[in-house]
Design a protein around this ligand. Sequence first.
Ligand code: PGA
Length: 251
Amino acid sequence: MRKPIVVGNWKMHKTVEESVELVEELKPLVAEIGDVEIGVCPPFTSLSEVSRVLRGSNINLGAQDMYWEPQGAYTGEISAGMLLSVGCRYVIVGHSERRTYFGETDEWVNRKVRAALEAGLVPIMCVGETLEQRQKGITQEVVDRQVTEGLRGLSPEQVAGMVIAYEPVWAIGTGLTAEPEQAQEVQAFIRARIRQLFGEEAADSVRIQYGGSIKPENAREIFLQPDVDGGLVGGASLEADSFARIVRAAM
Ligand code: PGA
């Protein structure tokens, strides 16, 4: 059975001080939870301090993005090795905000996913359709392309060990959550595609999260869907109590 994974994506929120405060508060609230994998992805500036606070806890650290080159003249960028050096386990790749505001393409997402895996990080690769694409009836086509291109060149073992986050763009930060059945439908489709592309074992092992306006009130219903293996949580992860309640909903 797949272990559910709930990860907080803090986006561009929290100073170092605020970050430390949040994880200090979160740690005891989830301390005894063993059957859900838990992670937080603070902004780059907070990673090392948060890492220090999380040492020895059951909360893992992740980053929100990275660049695929190991080092070099790439002003403003951060490599996988740098993320590992501050104790990161995960890196979010291809979030819709990166695709929309920063022009990330499927090819870039693929390079980042490959570099992350080669370095030993677990990529959380985000896919999802816009409202316009859903209304046009091309959700599966869009998600299929993102999955196929994003995972190009990977081995079945690499796919098995990573995380995919299905985040319908129209549900992110809008308060509109996908109906549990809508999430299930797309996530079952993603798993079926992975089965075709990478085989049975990769499809059975890869964890597929749902993301988009998850709250303590709607989390359980979504997490109960058979192809939903936890969630990627934005807004509701900025507060310890609501994030802890969402983690609990995945138990
Ligand atoms: P949200 O964001 O929970 O605030 O909708 C989710 C995400 O973008 O990962």
